[in-house]
Ligand binder design. Sequence first.
Ligand code: PEP
Ligand code: MN
Length: 262
Amino acid sequence: QTMQTTPSTQIVNVGGYSIGGPEFTVIAGPCSIESREQFLETAMGVKASGAHLLRGGIWKMRTSSKDFQGLGTSSFDMIKDVCKQTGMSLVSEVTDARQIEQIYDVVECFQVGSRNMHNYALLKELGMQKKPVLLKRGFAALITEWVKAAEYVTVGGNPNVILCERGIRTFETSTRNTLDLNAVAFAKKNTSLPVIVDPSHAVGIRALVPDLAYAAAAVGADGIIVEVHPRPAEALSDGMQALTLNDFKVMMNKLDRILDAI
Ligand code: PEP
Ligand code: MN
């Protein structure tokens, strides 16, 4: 049974899969792609529980330059193998316009991270591409700034943008960020683009991620993008917020029931 949601006007095709249509989209995978074993195990696990698309960072925007920066270009062949083997398409972040060409055959959707939402040179370059763009909201960006950032891509000639609310910085420090569900409802009403939620970066605490995913479904989001790691304690980035494969399975079952009820 497919999970139903309210369709957006603009349906975005990611490697043959539609985001913004009637199905609630689940994009899942590790924060960073760390090795063939880790990526394959995660991909097979999330696929078995019903994920539609894979996520996984190749170049990371880490706050500290001393932290793991991603496997980079040396991982492309391995990543293509895993996608082919699992029959899943990958969404992955480009942190620099020069990476677009390098990664073109590896991904089906370019992610723009929260820290790059205001990188208009990158957005202009993505406006000239044939593949879709998942645009995270800047952690201190107004909704209007986020929507205008999306317009850099759409006006540039690429209508295929997915908006992603990933939490904003507020006075609150008990959680990593504050999930702005207002922004999801507002963007759904006032734009034609699909709107998804990233509960992982929004809250930053594994045990709370599923509850925010359910909230995303209830508020009318078109889907979620969520971090999963087979062994979160060993993760090279964002282990605190990574769901285990079993957590993910449990969440998917409950999500199905919630979407049925609304
Ligand atoms: C990510 O998706 O791993 C990420 C870095 O997200 P954000 O840009 O929202 O911080
Ligand atoms: Mn992350």
